[in-house]
Design a protein around this ligand. Structure first.
Ligand code: DQA
Length: 146
């Protein structure tokens, strides 16, 4: 079985740890990547970890994942609430998709309560801070190990 997992991060997540720390905390995206890589290594999973502020790049990585990735973990950030194109791309991917949000989007502005990506995701984690990525990784290992 393929053991390659993509972790995709949407716009502004390059500023994790610096922007609105009262909402998103102080950990950086590099911290998130390091924690995910440690979990991946423990489970023999290869990771591709990406962030972009451009919708088309996220879509292109989903297309790339079609070529051999077993699963996708995605924090689409603001594209969560706007992007039919990202949803369509994820519908073209066959493996499990897990959606992560650092903040509890349901506690925030009404426009954050709807996610296009949730229509495709096997599960959604929100409000657990950056630990949500670790939990998604653990869930992904369970799904891939069958
Ligand atoms: C976010 C929540 C989104 O509403 C927001 O646009 C983000 C980050 C989160 O991780 O909590 O940029 O996806």
């Amino acid at each position: 079985m393929t053991r390659l997992v993509y972790i995709l991060n949407g716009p502004n997540l390059n500023l994790l740890g610096k922007r609105q720390p009262e909402i998103y905390g102080h950990a950086t995206l590099a911290d998130v990547e390091a924690a995910c890589r440690a979990i991946a290594a423990a489970h023999g999973i290869e990771l591709r970890f990406h962030q972009s502020n451009r919708e088309y790049e996220l879509i292109d990585w989903v297309h790339e994942a079609r070529e051999g990735a077993a699963g996708i973990i995605i924090n689409p950030a603001a594209f969560t609430h706007t992007s039919v194109a990202l949803l369509d791309a994820l519908h073209a991917f066959d493996g499990p998709v897990l959606e992560v949000h650092v903040s509890n989007v349901h506690q925030r502005e009404p426009f954050r309560h709807h996610s296009y990506v949730s229509q495709r995701a096997e599960g959604v984690i929100a409000g657990f801070g950056v630990q949500g990525y670790d939990l998604a990784m653990l869930r992904m290992t369970t799904l891939l190990e069958g």
